[in-house]
Design a protein around this ligand. Structure first.
Ligand code: NAD
Length: 319
């Protein structure tokens, strides 16, 4: 199976490439990445001599390049996106362009190259927020931020290409990921890199917003399983175990030997979604089970950031 992985120098894409090459010897990968502020060649440096791997620097909005690469592979696995909610509140246009138009460019290329299927990485944020219970795959989309609206727009493009042109698709809607190699702009790595530098952790609002944290490798295992099983349709990926942000922050204080004086409550994010919660029974029925508990995953993540200052020092937030 020859894959074009977009955004493979980012956080989840780079973990996916490593996992797929390691676990499935029939897989060959072209990694297409624009290397924005979020893309790091260091994340895939160790693969440069792997004969089943090739890196191409480029933009998913480049029609000519996408059409050419689509002809060299069997399926596009599309991770590339602008991904940070706070940035989307300041600069929504970039999100609409990259996430919606970029996805449409790839769909067009896949169709022209005669692909059977398109594999799209989406997010649980497309459902919006809910007080109680869990969203199922067939529930309506109600995104609230420019980021989640752009991701929902991308999904609707995937749906339209399936309905109109018959291009089958798989869509994954994962909960928040965490683990090594995540840009320090995101909540968990920002907290860890601040604590390591004896700085405070900024906590939005009351800190009670709830997120369901999935260790990045568990998400990648689910994506690989769906790819290998040729599973079509939409799949939620998550732990079904929501935690308030303040609980996560307190666990990180313990893991780094700090106390509550390292917490700093700051003005809430505009339009901050209260709680994300997704039902993952559909995926579990295919045999997926998360392998990493929150306690294990947070410890592994703190250990990685403690040992890899060279990776994050050049891009750390609040230098
Ligand atoms: P990331 O921000 O770490 O990486 C994004 C990658 O895409 C970078 O390598 C960047 O250079 C590349 N990219 C951006 N614009 C591009 C363009 N125009 N052309 C080519 N490459 C481009 O993102 P991530 O956290 O790894 O997320 C990957 C995917 O998973 C995204 O689609 C995101 O919406 C989704 N997702 C992320 C999470 C999470 O918690 N991180 C949760 C659910 C879903």
């Amino acid at each position: 199976m020859r894959l074009l992985v977009t955004g493979g120098c980012g956080f989840i894409g780079s973990h996916f490439i490593h996992l797929a090459l390691e676990k499935d010897s029939s897989i060959e990968i072209i990694n297409l990445d624009k290397l924005t502020y979020a893309g790091r060649l260091e994340n895939v440096e160790d693969l440069k001599n792997n004969s089943r791997y090739k890196f191409v620097k480029g933009d998913i909005l480049d029609h000519g390049l996408m059409a050419k690469l689509a002809k060299e592979i069997d399926i596009i696995v599309h991770f590339a996106a602008e991904t940070h909610v706070d940035r989307s509140i300041i600069s929504a246009g970039e999100f609409a362009k990259t996430d919606v138009l970029g996805t449409q460019t790839l769909l067009e290329s896949a169709l022209a190259a005669g692909h059977k299927r398109f594999f799209h990485i989406s997010t649980d944020e497309v459902y919006g927020s809910r007080e109680k219970g869990f969203f199922k795959e067939e529930d309506n989309l109600a995104p609230n931020s420019p980021y989640s609206a752009s991701k929902a727009g991308a999904e609707l493009m995937v749906r339209a290409y399936e309905h109109t042109y018959g291009l089958s698709s798989t869509i994954t809607r994962s909960s928040n990921n965490y683990g090594p190699n995540q840009h320090p702009e995101k909540f968990i790595p920002r907290a860890i890199t601040n604590l390591i530098r004896n700085k405070t952790i900024p906590i939005y609002g009351t800190g009670k917003n709830v997120r369901d944290w999935t260790y990045v490798r568990d998400n990648c295992e689910a994506i690989l399983l769906l790819l290998q099983k040729n599973a079509l349709g939409t799949y939620n990926i998550g732990m079904m175990d929501g935690k308030a942000n303040i609980e996560i922050a307190k666990q990180l204080l313990v893991l780094t030997g700090k106390n509550e004086s390292s917490l700093q409550y700051v003005e809430d994010r505009k339009g901050h979604d209260w709680r994300y919660a997704i039902d993952t029974k559909k995926l579990k029925a295919l045999g997926w089970k998360p392998q990493v508990t929150l306690e294990q995953g947070l410890k592994a993540t703190v250990d990685w950031y403690s040992a890899n200052k060279k990776w994050w020092a050049p891009v750390v937030i609040d230098k």
